[in-house]
Design a protein around this ligand. Sequence first.
Ligand SMILES: NC(=O)c1ccc[n+]([C@@H]2O[C@H](COP(=O)([O-])OP(=O)(O)OC[C@H]3O[C@@H](n4cnc5c(N)ncnc54)[C@H](O)[C@@H]3O)[C@@H](O)[C@H]2O)c1
Length: 459
Amino acid sequence: MSTSLSICCLGAGYVGGPTMAMIAAKCPDIRVTVTDPNEKRIAAWNSDALPVYEPGLQQVVESARNRNLFFSTDVRKAIREADIIFVSVGTPTKTYGVGAGRAADLKYIESAARMIAEESVGPKIIVEKSTIPVKTAEAMLTILRSNSKSGTFQVLSNPEFLAEGTAIEDLENPDRVLIGGEQTPEGLAAIEKVAAIYARWIPREKILATNLWSSELSKLVANAFLAQRISSINSISALCEATGADVDEVARAIGKDSRIGPKFLKASVGYGGSCFQKDILNLTYLCQHFGLPEVAAYWESVVKMNDWQKSRFSGRIVSDLFNTVNGKHIGILGFAFKKDTNDTRETAAISVCRDLLAEGAKVVVYDPQVSEEQIRADVLGTGTNPNPNLIVVKTALEACDGAHAVAVLTEWDEFKDLDFQKIHHGMLKPAFLFDGRNILPHAKLKEIGFRVFAIGKPA
Ligand SMILES: NC(=O)c1ccc[n+]([C@@H]2O[C@H](COP(=O)([O-])OP(=O)(O)OC[C@H]3O[C@@H](n4cnc5c(N)ncnc54)[C@H](O)[C@@H]3O)[C@@H](O)[C@H]2O)c1
């Protein structure tokens, strides 16, 4: 097959893998190589057990793999062969030095830029896919231009807006594609080259071109606004519990206002995921850096509300269980940060499980997609902490059998169809059920005999 263009992606994670697979599937004439030094991850992308669970991903990958989609650990070779290089490496919150706990750690971005500079010959377009602080493109350009002997570079910002769990749907039919670049003839030509790839399957009116800084900042702002809506409705959930209002009714009532809209108004045990928290912290750090402490404090409150909601939930379990969970069996249904993903980064389940273990509970966890190894590492750390009070089981019924209380922490569809009569029968009495996602039929559960606590619902 003749190739019109060669692209590569640095980073075969939750973003790099699915986004590149979609481009390859939609553009059979473009050679797409996804690279990562992580051998285990690349081997998994080349196998039937992909490292990322997303509905529909397997089919998209299989439609293009070894045709025009390749997964490789040879990062340098892929850079040399590519016309366009997407950088989709991690940008976690810094854990050390200046900005620790807030700023984005750009060490992977910088090492990617240095590697690209070393290997590049001739013109290359570098596309920031990772979520990064405003002005990162400037730093990348400086590194590229001062370290490359014969490469010439245009750096674009093309942040990814996919949501885990619906990544394939979002990539197939995104609300928009954002491409920022230098407002020079060369910059505009580079924007058009990348826009033309997306235009193979996305209507032109959805492809937005902006300057670099608007594009970089828009990604952080989009995540901050989304997280803010969740924290807003979660703050109201506490008021609903105190007053007898019902948070779902309030959400429905306000969501009918076309200025507010109905989405992202679902109260829960708290948002998780790799992005919201880190991107807001990054935004607050930027605000501080640019001398805007009031703006920083405003956005920081979104994170504080989320932390409070998580600890409020575990606190409620302890207080309802007569102020002690010591030695009690608490079944945990769901560990992923949301349904239809195996991602557990920043999941509320980590805090809840840790809180309950700290109170001496026996915590029995079931999640349909997250491995025992992952759950143990997330809750106990990667050391050799063998805490026997954390138990991971293979079915929801096992998690609930013999429990004093059951807590739903992820909204997996299968939990809605559980045989709660049977579960109630197998639990100690009174049997408590804490619905951290408000997905269960509460009235029916009460009829069965459960004591039900649901977020933002009248007692
Ligand atoms: N996960 C999401 O839902 C999501 C959505 C939108 C944007 N983002 C952003 O996209 C970026 C990537 O996120 P992710 O969830 O895919 O991260 P991830 O941790 O799953 O994957 C990052 C990968 O980059 C690899 N890597 C590091 N340095 C490399 C290098 N020099 N060359 C090649 N590979 C290298 C790592 O080994 C890792 O496998 C982050 O900035 C994130 O904020 C994530």
